[in-house]
Ligand binder design. Structure first.
Ligand SMILES: Cc1cc2nc3c(=O)[nH]c(=O)nc-3n(C[C@H](O)[C@H](O)[C@H](O)COP(=O)(O)O)c2cc1C
Length: 392
């Protein structure tokens, strides 16, 4: 199926319904790879799809046009989920001009050496491409994900590439026909897991996009936005760059072997609640790292509970801290640590050190040997409360 998004712009993407893990990023609602065909005097395709879907993609395009008639292929981002069929289009139509940023050209050729012979047009913020009645302008968004990404805009339409994207598989194309809260949640999850390390650069692009007279946003993943709903997408990114995206929640992340650390987590949650914050309990052994990162991204503080295993913190706590830490989600968080051990509480000490390295601020710890008695429970309650009260 293709969809006419607005007169002259046709969605030619594919829906990846069954994917659940995407570059180690859990995507429980699947993924969509969006591509758009602009019908103007010079037929123009904006992005392709992941190579696994080449057959479906080419079939779709052939239903609506002769691929040889495509004059420009705009490759906003050279990552294979969007540029995976650039070579396929070139092979069917060697006369096509591939329009991309300067660094994208090199990446596209590295991925597909056959493209070395293709016609390229590299563009910058000052470039204008006339395709007939319409003209395309470009906005470099380099190092706001990858080093070569860009957006492009045509009148009141913004083709935003990964900006405003969400990992969602859907038969609907516009947010208007979908659950908008789910879209917002998935967009925030995308920001946490992909965009967060690049906040300072993203802020400049958001300011620029806010200044455009946008009436349609066509991202490279997920649902699209039109009219008033464009504000919804812009607002998520504005809150992200303004650092006002957090809500009154505190994550309690734990991993336990024989249950004492798990049991204490419940008491910690009571302490958090007593201070007026909502506890979000996440078992690191059953919740995906991407979900943990999203919850930390939305939270004002974190309490981490871990048993000691072979003198270390539990492995899934280690993995979650590293994943969120390198995404810079831990930086600036207030935190408490708790946990049980058999003879020496090195796991708790190790977590404090790791969290400090990632720029978080320790508020306190609570530890015990083998079983948590009533005194430990009281200390745990106080720790939960203290961490919550430490948040401004
Ligand atoms: C495989 C294994 C390795 C362990 N290694 C350590 C250790 O290095 N240091 C320690 O103090 N306790 C160690 N323990 C003991 C646990 O930390 C202890 O049972 C603790 O109470 C578990 O907390 P939990 O009830 O939350 O699982 C180990 C236990 C197991 C099963």
């Amino acid at each position: 199926m293709t969809t006419e998004m607005t007169p002259g712009v046709i969605w030619t993407g594919v829906v990846d319904w069954s994917v659940r893990m995407f570059h180690s990023y859990a995507v429980p609602d699947g993924v969509t790879y969006n591509s758009y065909l602009i019908k103007d005097e010079h037929l123009t395709l904006v992005d392709t799809v992941k190579n696994h879907f080449e057959a479906e993609f080419i079939h779709k395009l052939q239903q609506i046009t002769d691929i040889k008639k495509i004059e420009y292929l705009i490759s906003l981002h050279a990552e294979p989920d969007h540029a995976g069929c650039v070579a396929s289009i070139y092979n069917l139509n060697p006369n096509v001009t591939i329009v991309c940023s300067v660094p994208a050209k090199e990446i596209l050729i590295l991925y597909n050496p056959g493209l070395a012979k293709a016609k390229f047009m590299t563009v910058t913020n000052d470039s204008v491409l006339k395709i007939g009645k319409n003209e395309l302008k470009f906005r470099m968004t380099q190092m706001q994900h990858w080093p070569e990404s860009m957006g492009c805009y045509m009148g009141d339409i913004l083709f935003s590439s990964d900006f405003f994207g969400q990992h969602l598989a859907s038969t609907e194309r516009y947010v208007d026909d979908f659950d908008i809260f789910r879209v917002i949640m998935r967009m925030e999850d995308y920001v946490a897991n992909i965009m967060n390390p690049f906040r300072a650069n993203v802020a400049k692009t958001v300011a620029f996009y806010q200044s455009l007279p946008i009436n349609f946003i066509f991202p490279a993943h997920g649902l699209c936005f039109k009219h008033e709903n464009c504000k919804v997408a812009l607002e998520v990114y504005q809150k992200f760059v303004d650092q006002t995206i957090k809500v009154k929640k505190i994550v309690i992340l734990f991993s336990s072997m024989y249950g004492s650390t798990a049991k204490v987590s419940q008491i910690i949650a009571q302490g958090v609640l007593s201070a007026g914050y909502e506890p979000v309990l996440l078992n690191a052994d059953t919740v995906e790292k991407a979900e943990i990162s999203y919850q930390l991204f939305k939270s004002k503080a974190v309490l981490i509970g871990s048993a000691t295993l072979n003198n270390q913190m539990m492995p899934n706590i280690d993995g979650a801290i590293n994943y969120a830490g390198t995404l810079r989600i831990i930086n600036g968080l207030k935190f408490g640590v708790y946990g049980g051990a058999g003879w020496s509480n090195t796991g708790v000490e190790q977590i404090v050190g790791r969290m400090n390295e990632f720029g978080a601020e320790n508020v306190g710890t609570c530890s015990w040997i083998l079983a948590a008695d009533e005194q430990v429970m009281q200390q745990a309650f106080e720790l939960g409360r203290k961490v919550a009260l430490s948040v401004e």
